[in-house]
Design a protein around this ligand. Sequence first.
Ligand SMILES: NC(=O)c1ccc[n+]([C@@H]2O[C@H](COP(=O)([O-])OP(=O)(O)OC[C@H]3O[C@@H](n4cnc5c(N)ncnc54)[C@H](O)[C@@H]3O)[C@@H](O)[C@H]2O)c1
Length: 373
Amino acid sequence: MVGLGLAAASHVHGYQGCPGCELIAVCDLDEQRARRFAAQHSVPLVYTSFREMLANDDILAVGITTPTFLHAPMALQALEAGKHVHCEKPFCVSVPEGLEVCEAARRSGATLAVGETYVFLSSHMKARELIEAGEIGRPVQIRERHGGWIERKQPRIDTGPADRTWRVNPVQSGGGEHPWIFDHAVHFFAAAEDLMLGQPIVEVYAVGGGRPGRTRAGATHDPYTSAEAGIPIITWKHRDESCHGVWMRAERLNGIYDYMRGFSTTILGESGVVEVLGEGGGNLFWDGRPQHLILHRDGKETCCFRFEEGGDAVWDSEISYYSQAHIRQVRHFVDCILRNEKPRYGGEDGVRAVQATLAAIRSAREQRPIRVD
Ligand SMILES: NC(=O)c1ccc[n+]([C@@H]2O[C@H](COP(=O)([O-])OP(=O)(O)OC[C@H]3O[C@@H](n4cnc5c(N)ncnc54)[C@H](O)[C@@H]3O)[C@@H](O)[C@H]2O)c1
C-alpha cells in the first residue's frame, strides 16, 4: 500500500483478513507515519520510496491511496514493474494520462481496478441488482442529492495527516479552480452510469457562477474551509438521450445546508422507482420508519430494505461507507486477480468519470452544455 492517509485507513481492513492476500509492505513519504501504520497493522516492510518498494519482487499487487496527482504516474510505474494495481479515484487528472495507464495494463495483462466507493456501497449495489432484475422497468432518470454530512464525534479510523492542503491545490487535487467538484463528481458520474446499467454520459451541463452563502466549517478531516463558489447543480444526458440525470448540492462546504443530510440517489424507471440512502445519509423514511432503500413499483406493494452494517467509521451514518464500501472494493480487486476476472470498475471507467467531470467544470465556466467526448 502506498499513501497512508484517510483512504488507506479503510483499505487496510480490506487487504487484511482477505483470503489469498497478504499485506507485506507499506510506503509513505512521512516515515514516522509509515512506521506507525506498519506497527498498528503488523505489516513487516516499511518504505519511504515507492520506487524501492516496486523493486521488491515478492510484491504482486499495489494499492495506491496517495494524493490525486500521483495516481496515474504511480499506477503506470507499478504496471511497468509488473504489478497488479488498485488505484483510488479520481483515477487521473487528465484523460490522456489515464488512457496511458489503461494501455500499460493491456500490455502487461495485469488487473487494473479503480477505487469507486459509490459503486461498492451496499445500498447502491442493491439498487443496481433490483434495476438489473427489471424491478422498475427501463431506468430513465437519476437524481442525486448531496446534503450536509455529520461527522462522528470519535471517528473509528485515523482521518489522515494534519496537512491535507494538496486537496485545495489546483494542480495536486486536479480540476483547477474546482478541486472539490473534481474530487467528488467522479463519484456522482460513476454512480449514474452504474445505475443506468452502464450507459455512458454523453453531455453535461453545470449551473455555475453560484455565490456561496454563509460558509459553515467543513468536515473535520477536510481542508475545504471556504465554500467553493459555483456548481450547485449539474445535469446530464446518457447515450440514449431519453435517459438523463441531475445532481444537486446543498451542504455546509457550499454555504447552504440541507437538513435531509448525506447523499441520496433516486432512480426512476418506466414502471417503478428506487430510492437509495447513500454516504453520510439519514432521513429516508417509509411509513414513519427509517429505511436504507425503498422500492416502489406500479401495482405492487412498496418494499423497504435496511443494511445493518454497524454504521460508518467516519460519518454519523448507518450507511457504512468508509467501513464497507472501501473494504469491499479492495476485496473485489483481490478476487479479480485470483480469478483472473475483469474488475467491475476498471481504468476505462475511471477515465470516463474524469472526462465527464472535466466537461462539467468547463460547462460551468462557459455556461453551456458540453459534449463529454
Ligand atoms: N472514495 C473515497 O471515499 C475516498 C475517501 C478518501 C480519499 N479518497 C481518495 O484517496 C486519495 C488519497 O486521499 P486521502 O484523503 O487518503 O489523502 P491523505 O492526505 O489523507 O493521505 C495521503 C498520504 O499520501 C502520502 N504521500 C504523499 N505523497 C507521497 C509519495 N510520493 N509517496 C508516498 N506517500 C505519499 C502522504 O504523506 C499522506 O500520508 C485521494 O485521491 C482521494 O480522492 C477517496
